[in-house]
Design a protein around this ligand. Sequence first.
Ligand SMILES: [Ca+2]
Length: 182
Amino acid sequence: MAGDSVFLALNNIDKFQLWSMLFLTLARIDSSAAVEIDFVTLANLPPLVRESFENSPQAKRYAFSAHINPFYLHGDFDGDGQLDTAVWITERATGKSGIAIFHAKANRLVIVGAGRDLGNAGDNFSGLDAWHVFRRGPVQRGADGKPPPKLRGDALMVMKTESASGLIYWDGNRYGWYQQGD
Ligand SMILES: [Ca+2]
């Protein structure tokens, strides 16, 4: 019996090593793409949001990313009364970070960053390290003195902690950027 256990243990180690090798090989093959999300983390995303993204034409160009924890947030970003979802993504070709915002009622996906310019925020959000939902309401005048936007829905406050922050908000047609602090 003891012999069997030893054999079983060795057998398991072999399997483990085999899986490790396979995993490393796959990781190497995939290294041209940006760091993609692992499947356990991805299981946290509501299936409806995931399916909408994966069935969209944009899914070929972008991949979900766990760039920031939490990697997705809910809010009524377009202000139509129904909750929407914002998810971190990367553009596969360039590795640039950004956010996919899924408007639930319209079943529409809008990309900001990840290779698409968003005003002063640029087209790559990889330098940002925190975010939260900024509920619809008055916005404080930002560091650059421009008049603050009147929000139609919830906004996303994104930031590089201890450095800069800004609001990503829906203006009725597209997402805009409003610098907060720097
Ligand atoms: Ca909405």
